[in-house]
Design a protein around this ligand. Structure first.
Ligand code: SAH
Length: 279
């Protein structure tokens, strides 16, 4: 295995006196300015940055010129490096005495497999620090002005994965159907039709507000707004790219900004100029 491991952390370097360390760093969603000051300092100081597809590549410009930049991105059903080898790579780099930044989109602990990486490093006795990032739900809520827990509409917000494992969805439907709450589905774009059909079959009112936010917070952000009953048809008419979040709840109608963005999306204007027009 692991040509990439041998390339960046050859076995002979593992004899160094002191172990390095790993920082699991959240890059935030699409807008690179949403990264934390702490994360930025670590990026500038890193000997190696191991980064994902969802971390904005602009952030790599802050690395110093001797830093190794190692892409291990994952796309649906397509992993450039399997998770166990990513863990091995992180441990091997630290074993060579390097300061390693593991840069992940959003927050490392929200559907980011950060937990597995920390476990692996702890088992090898390698120090690991977590630097949180703005998760997609929080970034997209801000960019669309959907107030996730507006007190008139929601007393809770739930993050759920809409991803399939071995062809099956593992959604806790009771959680998704709680009253007075907002639900955000990560990784649900390709299953939106099944998710909304199942929600309706389990008693969700078809007029429950529903939004899809694609490439949220970036210049290419696009928004669709509808209801549980009609969002699948709307998406079929205006397919959106990944990454995208699905949001459900009355908070979507708490103000009209998301609706305005959605109308602009459906007339297929470039969203960066469309947002300026709304403002
Ligand atoms: N750790 C990440 C989530 C990784 S799971 C975080 O905290 O945000 C990947 C999923 O996140 C995508 O399938 C999509 O549902 C969501 N996502 C990530 N970035 C996004 C963005 N800019 N806009 C909309 N959804 C995004």
């Amino acid at each position: 295995m692991t040509n990439i491991v041998n390339l960046f952390a050859p076995p002979e370097c593992s004899a160094v006196d002191s172990l390095g360390e790993v920082f699991l760093v959240g890059a935030g969603p699409g807008d690179p300015e949403l990264i934390t000051v702490k994360a930025m300092r670590l990026l500038k100081d890193a000997d190696a940055i191991v980064y994902d597809r969802l971390a904005n590549p602009v952030l790599l410009d802050y690395a110093h010129k001797h830093c190794d930049l190692i892409y291990v991105g994952k796309k649906k059903d397509q992993h450039s490096l399997p998770q166990d080898q990513i863990c091995t790579l992180l441990a091997a780099l630290a074993g060579c005495g390097k300061k390693v930044v593991r840069l992940k989109g959003g927050d490392p602990f929200i559907f980011g497999r950060g937990g597995e990486e920390v476990e692996h490093l702890a088992a090898q006795g390698i120090a690991c620090t977590i630097v949180p990032g703005i998760t997609a739900a929080i970034g997209c809520a801000a960019a669309t002005q959907i107030p996730l827990t507006h007190r008139d509409h929601a007393h809770a917000v739930t993050f759920i994965t809409g991803h399939r494992q071995q062809g099956k969805m593992h959604i806790n439907w009771d959680l998704a159907l709680q009253r007075d709450s907002t639900v955000v589905f990560y990784m649900g774009l390709s299953n939106l039709k099944e998710i909304t059909a199942e929600l309706i079959a389990r008693g969700c009112p078809t007029n429950k507000p529903f939004a899809v936010v694609a490439q949220g917070t970036s210049n290419a952000q696009q928004v669709l707004v509808g209801t549980v009953g009609n969002i699948a048809d709307k998406l079929a008419q205006h397919p959106l790219p990944s990454p995208a979040l699905l949001m459900m709840g009355d908070v979507i109608n708490a103000n009209t900004y998301a609706q305005q963005l959605a109308n602009l999306t459906s007339t297929a204007k470039p969203v960066s100029s469309a947002i300026l027009e709304v403002i």
